[in-house]
Design a protein around this ligand. Structure first.
Ligand code: GDP
Ligand code: MN
Length: 381
């Protein structure tokens, strides 16, 4: 999620966040800056870290300059150490400028090794936390959350003292951490991070930056966020796939791949690579796919103009091969497919499936290896 969206999630749980609003054009940015009294910070809303160093965050003392900077930022590609290819800015956050005296780091994440949620805390926030973790690991304190009892106040205070958060900020930090944990649980997040968690010259603790990641498996409970993540997906095909609930990842080759099950799709990618081809995508139809879903997957592949051939690799378990075959036939009937399609279809109802496909444009193969070889030959012929 973008910073402004993350801040909404945190604010809902009562985490103090600087006032601010999103703008997609300089005029709106000017109006927001004026409503904040002119003094403001303009921040590029791109899904990458290190925006500050990349020139995507600037402080202004009047609305005109904030508008001018917004004009400069919108449409510009920001590149950072974390993201060398960079991302194009479509929105900016115009927020209240706060006078930061100290910058801390606080986050809640899932510690998979320990199988618990963990609070991470450091008095050395603001800069690159990975760098702190590398050079000064003792400066980052970890507090694991007991799944049965949650956090007790004394544990939080102990962690805050251990992290050397100055005494003046400690009471507000206790409250901040409790609210952050609430935000984390309520939004089914697997990560909430505040960096910097700012201590202001007038004695307030605020989330000056925020990053929330929602556990994908909980997305069905958060349709409001689902639209957020779809809209912010960089690639239009990935966005469309997300809307249809299909697992799709764009790659940089030209052979489209459809398989069922992530493992089988990955094997298919390897076989295509071994045969001398390059996969254009990763697409998992999922378990028990019906004909219509198969057709929808082919439709996604067709959205990518680079594709020169399509490999379909299905091992039917719950998925019935005759359903897959019907989907392929529908796709041939209704969609403008002008590249070769090779399929290896094995397992439940594969005989019925193969019969249905007889006489169609589909090139059948009996093994995955053979299928990969054939599609590479045909696509690059
Ligand atoms: P990031 O570089 O992508 O993590 O973006 P941040 O939102 O963390 O902003 C980078 C830096 O800009 C922060 O570490 C702060 O030092 C500074 N910054 C951001 N907002 C404000 C603000 O309201 N006032 C001041 N003084 N500095 C700010
Ligand atoms: Mn930051």
């Amino acid at each position: 999620m973008h910073e402004y969206q993350s801040k909404e999630v945190l604010a809902k749980a009562g985490v103090p966040v600087p006032r601010g609003e999103v703008a997609v054009d300089p005029e709106t940015a000017r109006r927001i800056a004026e409503s904040l009294g002119g003094k403001c910070v303009v921040k590029a809303q791109v899904l990458m870290g290190g925006r500050g160093k990349a020139g995507g965050v600037k402080l202004f003392d009047n609305a005109d300059d904030a508008a001018a900077f917004t004009k400069e930022l919108i449409g510009k590609r920001l590149v950072s150490i974390q993201n060398p290819t960079g991302m194009v800015v479509e929105k900016v956050l115009v927020a209240e400028q706060i006078d930061i005296a100290e910058e801390y780091y606080v986050a809640v994440l899932l510690d998979r090794d320990v199988q618990k949620h963990v609070v991470m805390l450091s008095a050395k926030g603001g800069m690159d936390i990975e760098e702190v973790a590398r050079t000064e690991p003792e400066a980052i304190v970890r507090l694991h959350i007991d799944p049965a009892y949650g956090l007790c106040d004394y544990e939080i205070r102990e962690a805050i003292a251990k992290a050397k958060i100055p005494a003046h900020a400690r009471n507000q930090m206790v409250a901040m951490i409790k609210k952050l944990v609430t935000a984390y649980h309520d939004s089914d997040a697997d990560m909430v991070e505040i960096n910097p968690c700012a201590w202001t010259t007038d004695g307030r603790l605020l989330a000056a930056d925020a990053k929330v990641g929602i556990d994908e498996n909980a997305m069905f409970r958060h349709q409001d966020y689902a639209s957020v993540s779809q809209a912010s997906a960089e690639d239009p095909i990935e966005a469309e796939a997300a809307k249809r609930g299909i697992a799709y990842v764009k790659l940089d080759g030209d052979i489209g791949i459809i398989g069922n099950g992530a493992g089988l799709v990955m094997c298919s990618l390897d076989e295509v690579a071994d045969a001398g081809g390059k996969a254009a995508n990763f697409l998992d139809v999922g378990g028990g796919a019906k004909a219509d879903r198969v057709k929808q997957c082919v439709e996604l592949i067709l959205m990518d103009p680079r594709v020169k051939g399509l490999l379909i690799n299905i091992f039917g378990g719950i998925t019935r091969c005759d359903e897959v075959a019907k989907g392929i036939l529908q796709a041939f009937d209704e969609l403008p497919i002008n590249f070769p399609v090779v399929a290896r279809i094995e397992g439940t109802a594969s005989e019925e499936g193969r019969k249905l496909l007889e006489g169609s444009r589909l090139v059948p193969a009996t093994t995955m290896k053979e299928a990969a070889k054939k599609i590479v030959e045909l696509a690059y012929a």
